[in-house]
Design a protein around this ligand. Structure first.
Ligand SMILES: [Zn+2]
Ligand SMILES: [Zn+2]
Length: 127
């Protein structure tokens, strides 16, 4: 498979996965369509897509990077129990205003909230 085709396939997979997949997860679904695709190739393509600004990297300290097709300013929530990363419900515009009131010219921010997701909370109550 040609390089540009691989890149297209990986971009399609990132767009189809709504749960901020890791490179390993993208590799798993992409290699179903393109047998023999290596994890290294997936990483290389993902880095290229991030550099091109079509995919966003979500960095979670101490965990594997996640990839996101939602490019607009939004924050994330990471469950410390299951490791799932979801979009956080935050008033981003209000947050941005708060940041800018400090006098700096801020272009953006990356915010990851940590805690326990509703699914894990429900499971804890059951057990
Ligand atoms: Zn969880
Ligand atoms: Zn996101």
């Amino acid at each position: 498979m040609r390089y540009s085709k691989q890149r297209e396939l990986i971009l399609k997979k990132v767009a189809a996965l709504d749960d901020h997949p890791t490179a390993e997860e993208i590799h798993r679904v992409a290699s179903a369509d393109c047998p023999g695709l290596s994890l290294g190739t997936v990483y290389r393509n993902l880095n290229g897509l991030v550099e091109a600004g079509v995919v966003r990297r979500v960095t979670v300290p101490g965990r594997a990077d996640r990839f996101d097709h939602t490019l607009c300013q939004h924050s994330h929530f990471c469950c410390t129990s299951c490791g799932n990363v979801t979009d956080a419900e935050l008033h981003e515009a209000a947050l941005m205003q708060t940041i800018q009131s400090g006098g700096q010219s801020v272009a953006g921010y990356e915010l990851t909230l940590f805690g326990v997701c509703p699914q894990c909370t429900a499971q804890k109550k059951l057990s």
